[in-house]
Design a protein around this ligand. Sequence first.
Ligand SMILES: Cc1cc2nc3c(=O)[nH]c(=O)nc-3n(C[C@H](O)[C@H](O)[C@H](O)COP(=O)(O)OP(=O)(O)OC[C@H]3O[C@@H](n4cnc5c(N)ncnc54)[C@H](O)[C@@H]3O)c2cc1C
Length: 394
Amino acid sequence: MAKAMPNAFDADYLLVGGGLQNGLILLALAVRKPDASVLLLEQSAAIGGNHIWSFQALDLPAGALDWARPIIEHEWPGYQLYFDDSARWVQGAYRSLSSEHLHRLVMRAAARAQRIEVRLGTAVAAVDGHSVQLADGTHLRGRVVVDARGPEAARAMGSGRFSGGYQKFVGLECQLATPTDLAAPILMDTRCVQHDGFRFHYVLPFAPDRVLIEDTYFANTPDLDVDALSRTIVAEAPRLGLEVAEVLRTEVGVLPMPAWSHFRATDTSPITGGYAGGWFNPGTGYSLAAAAQLAEHLSAVPIADTFGPQWRHLTRRMRVQSQFLAFLNLLMFGFFHGPKRQRLMERFYMVSDPVIHRFFAMRNNPIDMWRIMYVGAPWTPKGWAKRPQRPAGA
Ligand SMILES: Cc1cc2nc3c(=O)[nH]c(=O)nc-3n(C[C@H](O)[C@H](O)[C@H](O)COP(=O)(O)OP(=O)(O)OC[C@H]3O[C@@H](n4cnc5c(N)ncnc54)[C@H](O)[C@@H]3O)c2cc1C
């Protein structure tokens, strides 16, 4: 049954697409603006698709935890990186969230709040200013419309000469034959046969007998042989100390890492949010940090001030970050091929933990930008890469 909405508008916030971006916005509004009416429209039968989203310490800043804490489904104190002749531990919360968890949180928030409604199985045909046309011809109006229909709109970002590359991967959530003592994620293990750009394994240990293993490539082309890579993951898992008993779930990602910023923000409704609007980190292909910043903004300012000074400050900052991170892609995918790309990544991880956290969270300051450029440069002494392993007991 439809819930009561204001007269002129069907909702204060009309959210198109029930993925990560609008899921976060709905959760933030539910906590920060319990009196606002929110209507979320999602074409499929569930919120969030089929993902495990990972995110780093600063991606959810402390100020956002009042609404965002429940999204933390798994949390570890940091993560490990392994390169051919170096390794390092990065200290700081590393977290993850599954689509199922986001679905549960969003549906629970809607069930509890009088003025929040989620319509699943509702396809939107067109979005314009303050109005939305559904596939069945119905029109709905929102004071602020957020159009976050996902990465399809971003498809062309990585194609063409010097237009960037892709982070592409196959991930298998696996039941292990014997429990692992791996207690923290491995963000990158590059000690595998290198081909198709820069390749590494990524591991998330959810439980002693359940892990996610991903075979990931920073590549210039988007093609991915999912069956072949799935077999390779199972065959190579023992090298990571993991023996796969059963594959529980498969996840596939081809995330554009564009060489030009695709961040688009206007000062009027609709807001094109999420991936489609360029609210993602071009340097990682990940979007949770940017999506959280948009959710934080919409939930923090009165609706009349949505496009006020704080919006302009946020969008200016995001544009600069997006341009800087895309420029790094231009360099990496344009000029660093084969082993050079691997060395570049190894050198990037010479920077200190806070610089890494700000890089992922799209909060690089000018000194960070200089450090990343300098440390990544081929002339930087390689000895800087020698970092200690994870300290005992950390
Ligand atoms: C496999 C994979 C793993 C990823 N892992 C991470 C990660 O670990 N960390 C991270 O930060 N990022 C990750 N990303 C990148 C990014 O966070 C996701 O792509 C993220 O889901 C983008 O959020 P979004 O809300 O823009 O789009 P989506 O989450 O894709 O949501 C878009 C929603 O809009 C709906 N929709 C589309 N068209 C219509 C329509 N016409 N009418 C109604 N609804 C519609 C879709 O059904 C979908 O539910 C990953 C991406 C993939 C593909």
